[in-house]
Write a protein that binds this ligand. Structure first.
Ligand code: ADP
Ligand code: MG
Length: 356
């Protein structure tokens, strides 16, 4: 696959403040690529440089190998999807889609044909005469995307487009947008602070923090093999124990946590004794009332503070006995532990190999 976008060592400063700090990445043709990070980390600044609204202080931006340096936004083969996917309410669907083509002074016959073609592509043929308020939320999103696709951009840039929607609609739109992108095959660069959006929709995700990329990888890489403590803490829920490696022999280490418990872990072989470590444990790695005969488990007792029932994503909020720190424990879906109530004391175990 050819590379649609190459970003090389891009830096952007505002006065003394470095908003984008030496960022490099490639996006391949047809990819759904997300940039995920907390508010203020520099996502929009980076996207605006790709679109041409800002210029980097140093570094290069290439689209299909062509240097974008100094090219104004209207000369770049990109489209920025309006935030919240807003459509012009006084125009019908066809007029909304035709807007950019008219600005390019295309001929009416060509515009008509392109509008019809793109409506077919987003599975809304014959919708040209409808008014915006006659459309459902999902249809509006499709039209907003169609309005960009009709201009045949190499890259579609989307800056938190689902941010203003309510939770239920957002869940539905996530799936719709992902499906639509896969069908039309246009390269998407999608910005979000919402890790579940990024995980569900993307082929690859860059995790951004304070202007820099912490890791680029598939959703599975980020979740199962986080490269930095920031990624481990930001992508998915994680329980974190800070401590010191007090013994490391072969592939096995002993971690003495700052709060007292001593754990064994199999992931410590790269470090020497005395090193400060952060141990991350997913809620689903925590076993409730584990069988006493199971070896290779670390164990501790915990008080249940709350049962957070949420269907498939139910958890227990617990405190290790004698500690005020919170440990999230996933509840299995088979109802086996439905009897656990807040105030109970339970045994928790985790496999030496499951820490990250
Ligand atoms: P994000 O989109 O990740 O929330 P932004 O890219 O909008 O973050 O902003 C990154 C940082 O750069 C923020 O601290 C913001 O205040 C700062 N910033 C953005 N634009 C400007 C500007 N034009 N002038 C000064 N500071 C800016
Ligand atoms: Mg932003």
């Amino acid at each position: 696959m050819q590379t649609d976008l190459a970003v090389q060592e891009v830096i952007k400063r505002f006065g003394d403040f470095t908003a984008v700090d030496n960022v490099s990445f490639d996006v391949k043709q047809g990819e759904f690529f997300s940039i995920l990070g907390p508010s203020g980390c520099g996502k929009t600044t980076l996207l605006r440089m790709i679109a041409g609204f800002n210029n980097p202080d140093s570094g290069g931006l290439y689209i299909r190998g062509k240097n974008m340096n100094g090219l104004p936004p209207n000369k770049r083969p990109v489209n920025l999807v309006f935030q919240h996917l807003a459509l012009f309410p006084m125009m019908n669907v066809a007029e909304n889609i035709a807007f950019g083509l008219k600005r390019r002074n295309e001929k009416p016959a060509a515009i008509k044909r392109k509008v019809e073609d793109v409506l077919e592509r987003v599975h809304l043929p014959g919708y040209g005469d409808k008014r915006v308020e006659q459309l459902s939320g999902g249809q509006r999103q499709r039209i907003a995307i169609a309005r960009c696709l009709v201009l045949e951009p190499t890259l579609l840039l989307l800056d938190e487009p689902l941010g203003a929607l309510d939770l239920k609609l957002r869940e539905q739109m996530k799936v719709e947008l992902k499906t639509l992108q896969a069908e039309v095959g246009t390269t998407f660069i999608y910005i979000t602070h919402d890790q579940s959006e990024a995980l569900v929709m993307s082929d690859n995700v860059a995790v951004m923090n304070q202007g820099s990329f912490e890791q680029i990888g598939t959703p599975q890489d980020l979740y199962h093999r986080p490269a930095t403590p920031f990624v481990a803490g930001f992508v998915g829920d994680n329980n974190r124990w800070s401590g010191r490696l007090t013994d490391s022999s072969g592939t096995q280490g002993t971690i003495t946590t700052d709060e007292g418990p001593v754990f064994r872990s199999k992931t410590m072989d790269a470090y020497s004794s005395g090193t400060s470590v952060d141990l991350f444990l997913r809620p689903e790695a925590m076993l409730i009332q584990p069988d006493a005969s199971l070896s290779h488990l670390n164990r501790f007792k915990a008080d249940v503070k709350a049962v957070l029932f949420d269907g498939a994503n139910s958890r227990l909020l617990t405190h290790p006995v004698g500690s005020s720190r919170e440990i999230l424990v996933a509840l299995p879906q088979n109802g086996q532990f439905d009897h656990i109530k807040s105030g109970d004391t339970i045994d928790i175990g985790w496999d030496e190999g499951s820490g990250i």
